[in-house]
Design a protein around this ligand. Structure first.
Ligand code: PHE
Length: 507
């Protein structure tokens, strides 16, 4: 088809020197002129191909025309609802008036309902006792006539006001049509030379490449979209955050176990066993298996003691210790349990083969789970980003300094800190950043200096202090991609198309 069409255009130009309106072409395999939009799209394809070889030039014109909707075509054929109502009624005194039920039967529900009102308004029909009769012996069904005119010419002599009314009544719709004027180009010829697209071994050996006509590169052509896999937007932001931590010399903690015990998620962090965060309303507990394996015995004892009786200068909670609470299996509610476990491992190394404490910077980014009420910005699971530094003599100034560097690398310069409370840090700071789009300060993270009740039982040397901060991964991602409902970011309602098309992120 496309080659035949190209040939047709060239022949037409050769005979007439010009195609003033491409809608007059009679396309191969058809008997009528190519007036439809589809036909003109085919013509455009052929024109582009000829234009790329400079065989022709063309100009594009745009025209708006009207076509009928299915209801419009129906009326063009059988008359407007009001005319059909009128036609179904007897002239006064010439037969018995038609009741509403009879009218419905005669012209159908829709026409009876819509048509009656309009027919009354036009003064075409009148009431006679319980029924309806004609009030005029002749009517002029203007709507039908207008629609017939549109059907044959694509427009109305009466003009835009009437057209707009018909569009509102959903009887006609506007359509844009492109058409073209075509002239000969500098390389015009009636025969389409096949252009070579490859330089082959045969051409080189025979020497035919010297005279061959090569197709020129089209640098404007868009490549085919690849349909390989794509990183989820959250994972793109994750990559970016990982690279920030790596630049700052942090190493990633192993985070693959979603299930942890009350001991590692709460107890080692000095979260009291009666803390509301440990309630069923906040934490998901496992029903099978219910109970974890015993934690390292000596560490367990130190942690239980600091809770129940106090130690390391702390008076503890002075509440009875529950082994059962400590051994409960749960879906981890934050990543700080992993940080504590790493500190414990670090301290164990002090006595091992690689003896000696070494300052450490660690980070984790992974899923945590909370038994939350779900809404547009909360799900029962999200990703937590956590940075932890352990070194001798660290202070609050170091915490603030690390966070300033970290957030600056994410493009956030304007920070404020507010005193807060966490069972495992003292002092604790909430981190606020100024959000230029929302024009207000928004909370972006939580942080603090780990308490002695957490740090000392792990067994790291006495002068080692630990600082840490956490943010969610979803929040910066939603801001970055302008997403305001978390369900379009996570879960089964995420449009796959979006996942494939979202750009890589650079902070
Ligand atoms: N775990 C804290 C939270 O869930 C974040 C945090 C990490 C706070 C480290 C202090 C220190 O919000």
């Amino acid at each position: 088809m496309s080659e035949l069409l190209q040939q047709l255009i060239l022949d037409e130009l050769s005979t007439n020197g010009l195609i003033s309106d491409s809608r007059s072409l009679i396309l191969p395999g058809s008997s009528a002129p190519a007036a439809s939009n589809d036909a003109q799209i085919a013509v455009l394809g052929a024109l582009n191909s000829l234009d790329s070889r400079a065989m022709i030039h063309y100009e594009t014109h745009e025209e708006f025309s009207h076509v009928l909707t299915p209801e419009g075509s129906q009326i063009a054929r059988h008359g407007s609802h009001e005319a059909r109502v009128w036609a179904a009624l007897p002239a006064p005194g010439q037969g018995s008036p038609v009741t509403p039920a009879e009218l419905q039967k005669a012209v159908g529900d829709e026409a009876a309902k819509v048509g009656q009102g309009r027919a009354f308004k036009n003064g075409w029909i009148a009431k006679d006792g319980k029924g309806l009769v004609k009030a005029k012996s002749e009517i002029d069904d203007v709507t039908q006539a207008q629609l017939r005119e549109i059907e044959s010419s694509g427009t109305l002599v009466e003009g835009e006001a009437v057209l707009s009314d018909l569009r509102k009544r959903k009887l006609a719709v506007q359509k844009k049509l492109q058409w073209f004027t075509v002239r000969k180009g500098p390389s015009f010829s009636t025969s389409i030379a096949k252009l070579e697209t490859d330089l082959t071994v045969e051409m080189l050996t025979s020497g035919s490449w010297k005279t061959a006509n090569f197709k020129s590169y089209n640098f404007d052509a868009e490549g085919l979209p690849t349909d390989g896999g794509a990183l989820h937007p959250l994972m793109k932001v994750r990559e970016e955050v990982v690279s920030i931590f790596l630049e700052m010399g942090f190493a990633e903690m192993p985070t693959s176990s979603f299930v942890d015990s009350g001991f590692w998620c709460f107890d080692v962090l000095f979260v009291p066993q009666q803390h509301p965060a440990r309630d069923l309303q906040d934490t998901f507990y496992l029903s099978d298996p219910k109970i974890s394996k015993p934690p390292p015995a000596e560490y367990y004892k130190r942690v239980a003691t600091v809770h129940e009786h106090g130690a390391y200068g702390s008076m503890g909670y002075r509440a009875p210790w529950s082994d059962e609470e400590s051994r409960k299996l749960l879906l981890r509610t934050h990543m700080t349990g992993i940080s504590a476990r790493m500190l414990y491992k670090l301290a164990a190394r002090v006595k091992g083969a690689e003896a000696g404490f070494r300052p450490t910077k660690m980070f984790s980014i992974d899923r945590v789970f909370r038994n939350e009420t779900l809404d547009a910005t909360h799900l029962a699971e999200f990703h937590q980003v956590e940075g932890v530094v352990a070194d001798r003599g660290l202070t609050l100034a170091d915490l603030i300094g690390f966070m300033r560097v970290f957030f600056r690398k994410m493009g956030i310069e304007n920070l404020r800190f507010k005193p807060a409370y966490n069972p495992y840090t003292e002092p604790s700071l909430e981190v606020f950043a100024f959000h230029p789009l929302l024009n207000k300060w928004v909370e972006i993270g939580n942080s603090g200096m780990f308490r002695p009740e957490l740090v000392k039982p792990t067994g790291v040397p006495d002068d080692v202090h630990v600082l840490g901060w956490g943010i969610s991964l979803e929040r910066p991602t939603m801001i970055k991609y302008g997403i305001n409902n978390i369900r379009t970011l996570v879960g089964h309602k995420v449009p796959i198309d979006n996942v494939e098309k979202t750009a890589a992120v650079r902070f």
